[in-house]
Design a protein around this ligand. Structure first.
Ligand SMILES: *[C@@H]1O[C@H](CO)[C@@H](O)[C@H](O)[C@H]1NC(C)=O
Ligand SMILES: *[C@@H]1O[C@H](CO)[C@@H](O)[C@H](O)[C@H]1NC(C)=O
Ligand SMILES: *[C@@H]1O[C@H](CO)[C@@H](O)[C@H](O)[C@H]1NC(C)=O
Ligand SMILES: *[C@@H]1O[C@H](CO)[C@@H](O)[C@H](O)[C@H]1NC(C)=O
Ligand SMILES: *[C@@H]1O[C@H](CO)[C@@H](O)[C@H](O)[C@H]1NC(C)=O
Ligand SMILES: *[C@@H]1O[C@H](CO)[C@@H](O)[C@H](O)[C@H]1NC(C)=O
Length: 341
């Protein structure tokens, strides 16, 4: 630990030198590369220890001591905290760019465009600014898109990539089970990010249908979803209703699965006399009767022709429940009257 503390402390001193000392005028590419190496080291230390409170505390103490000694050398020096270590390369870069002593050759290295980076000895630092600029520009270009896009720019890009990959696999004649395996591995392994995954799937299904290849990929994804009840359940309960509606509008197969799921949810409901409403009698209720009604209305709005068949079906179910016009006896009867209010 001693050694780590020492190394972190030295790197923080290096950051101060990079930003404030005229020693920078002597820097060459090798110094630059080494500086970024140490900055990366600190980022690594951060990601390794940030959730360890004990180590974190020790580090913060060390950084306070370093802060104090640096204050003496560089008046106006601003403290580098433990959480600043997360973006140490960025701090280093900004410090360098603000230092008037930075040699022009170093400046050129930082701004080199990627075409001439190949076979460069200092590959890691060459063009680092150009890279940042490209990232920032991309963010800037994408930002208005993310406001326009219901699913968000991230999910949209990932959805498109998913479509491309699926298209490629299907057109190369991969065995279907391999394609399914691929879908399982990318779409079901994200325990912590279920909602994001739902958005990616929605984005994939909402990419404009252009080529036959794209239609085939979307069909494949929809069929795969039909047998994934949990995933479908999550899609229906986690996606914003505007997106659900678009999906139901755009894809017959989704519409069918969605309608099937709503009917399944209805059969799982039981009338609670004490509460005076339909509730899911399984342990954990996620969809209320109210929500279920809203889902049916959303489906009918997305595709009015579904309404007639579905209501006809509900009427038959109601008849088989005894056809009473009394609340609480048939979930179908109560849904019908709620839907036609
Ligand atoms: C600290 O830095 C030195 C090089 O100056 C390196 O040899 C050593 O492995 C580093 N220690 C740790 C714990 O990272
Ligand atoms: C700290 O985070 C890492 C992953 O970033 C994880 O593997 C580790 O279990 C976490 N430790 C604690 C104490 O939370
Ligand atoms: C850094 O050191 C200066 C001088 O001792 C002190 O005034 C300042 O509060 C310190 N900053 C932090 C965040 O500890
Ligand atoms: C009812 O609960 C069961 C078990 O928790 C669940 O699988 C089902 O999706 C729920 N139905 C609704 C409509 O919430
Ligand atoms: C839910 O209600 C139905 C109808 O009353 C009943 O058959 C079923 O066993 C109940 N399920 C649970 C999990 O309580
Ligand atoms: C029901 O939900 C609670 C809290 O959300 C959870 O602790 C419990 O395990 C769940 N029970 C079942 C059967 O899913």
């Amino acid at each position: 630990m001693e050694a780590v503390l020492k190394n972190v402390s030295v790197t923080v001193e290096l950051l101060a030198v990079a930003a404030r000392s005229n020693a920078v005028s002597q820097w060459d590419e090798q110094t630059l590369s080494r500086a970024f190496h140490w900055a990366k080291y600190c980022e690594h230390i951060y990601s390794r220890f940030h959730n360890n409170t004990a180590i974190r505390r020790v580090m913060e103490q060390q950084l306070q001591i370093t802060n104090q000694s640096l204050r003496h050398v560089f008046p106006g020096y601003s403290h580098v905290s433990f959480s600043d270590l997360r973006r140490c390369q960025h701090v280093l870069l900004v410090g360098l760019l603000n230092n008037p002593e930075l040699p022009i050759t170093i400046m050129k290295t930082l701004f080199k465009t990627p075409v001439n980076i190949i076979n460069n000895d200092f590959e890691d630092v060459t063009g680092i600014c150009s890279h940042l600029i490209r990232c920032k520009s991309a963010c800037k270009v994408l930002r208005p898109l993310s406001a326009l896009s219901a699913v968000g720019a991230d999910a949209e890009v990932q959805g498109e990539m998913l479509m491309e990959r699926l298209g490629a696999m299907l057109s190369q004649g991969n065995e279907l089970c391999r394609v399914e395996h691929f879908l399982c591995s990318v779409l079901q392994d994200s325990e912590g990010a279920v909602q994001h995954m739902c958005l990616v799937i929605a984005a994939a299904l909402l990419t404009a249908k252009g080529s036959a290849e794209q239609t085939a990929s979307q069909d494949f994804l929809l069929e795969w979803l039909q047998s994934r009840h949990n995933l479908l359940h999550n899609l229906c309960t986690m996606l914003p209703s505007a997106i659900l509606k678009e999906l139901a509008k755009g894809h017959q197969k989704f519409r069918d699965s969605f309608c099937h799921m709503l009917k399944k949810w209805a059969t799982e409901m039981e009338y609670s006399i004490t509460e005076g409403e339909w509730i899911n009698n399984s342990t954990n209720t996620t969809v209320t009767f109210q929500k279920l009604t809203e889902f049916f209305l959303l489906l009918f709005e997305a595709c009015p022709s579904v309404r007639r068949n579905t209501e006809e079906e509900m009427r038959l179910f109601k008849i088989s429940d005894g056809d009473f016009d009394v609340q609480g006896l048939s979930v179908w009867g109560d849904l019908l009257s709620e839907l036609n209010k």
